[in-house]
Design a protein around this ligand. Sequence first.
Ligand SMILES: Nc1ncnc2c1ncn2[C@@H]1O[C@H](COP(=O)(O)OP(=O)(O)OP(=O)(O)O)[C@@H](O)[C@H]1O
Ligand SMILES: [Mg+2]
Length: 265
Amino acid sequence: MADELSKRDQRWQIRIRDLHKSFAAQQVLRGIDLDIERGKINIIIGGSGQGKSVFMKHLMGLLSPDRGHIFVDGQDIIGLGDVAIAKVQRKFGMVFQYAALFDSLNVVENIAFPLLERYRLPKKEVLERVRDLLERLDLARVPGIEQKYPAELSGGMRKRVGLARALVDRPEILLYDEPTTGLDPIATRNVDEMIRRTADDFGVTSVVISHDMASTFRIADRIAMLYEGVIIASGERREVMAAPHPVLKEFVETSGAVHFGGRAS
Ligand SMILES: Nc1ncnc2c1ncn2[C@@H]1O[C@H](COP(=O)(O)OP(=O)(O)OP(=O)(O)O)[C@@H](O)[C@H]1O
Ligand SMILES: [Mg+2]
């Protein structure tokens, strides 16, 4: 593999090359090449079942590819042992598509979970961090929120608790799998702003999977489109929108978010 990929690069934090993954006879990823820019919001769009979630799970070593490489800060994470991969995983926070909260833990316990699992922090500090996130995610004003269990929350609240849990350990890289699907327009905007602020305030590198083109145009620095197992278009938002690939153009126009020839940003 080329030497340049094995060094920490100032601009590109994650570099994916020739990534392949099949499940039985189904080829899902057929040679993904993509660079993820440090400190920016990198959005990956694509239709349902195109392999977006599968792709994202590879980035933090939750799935192993059949072939290919993923360099995180110059380190190829494919084939690493358990200890080494656990160390890489500490750079990441992940917001799962379906909030994936623990039903038997309340909101505070859910959010604090990654901290309690990894460190021996004083209870007071843990609670401060949790409350700060509840505040920032607009959950603090829900009466009794701290003691509520997931079953007692709305879908949108569950999503935001999932976000808080991903943020609590202050990761360098945040992976969001469809963070706004199923939210109303106001909650969507709040989550968008939270993603934008987290990227700007903490210099976090964000990788966001999205169906939501309006959100994508609002917050993306870079856009990539996954289609039939490969990335068919990628680049800075303006660049991608200025000369859209025909499949991307159709996807975007069908969503009703933008009509090309009109304003793209
Ligand atoms: N663990 C698995 N075992 C077998 N097949 C899987 C597995 N995970 C995903 N798949 C298959 O891979 C394909 C891509 O799934 P994936 O969840 O990545 O889609 P997606 O692009 O995230 O779709 P959506 O937008 O609906 O979330 C699907 O056909 C799915 O059935
Ligand atoms: Mg998915």
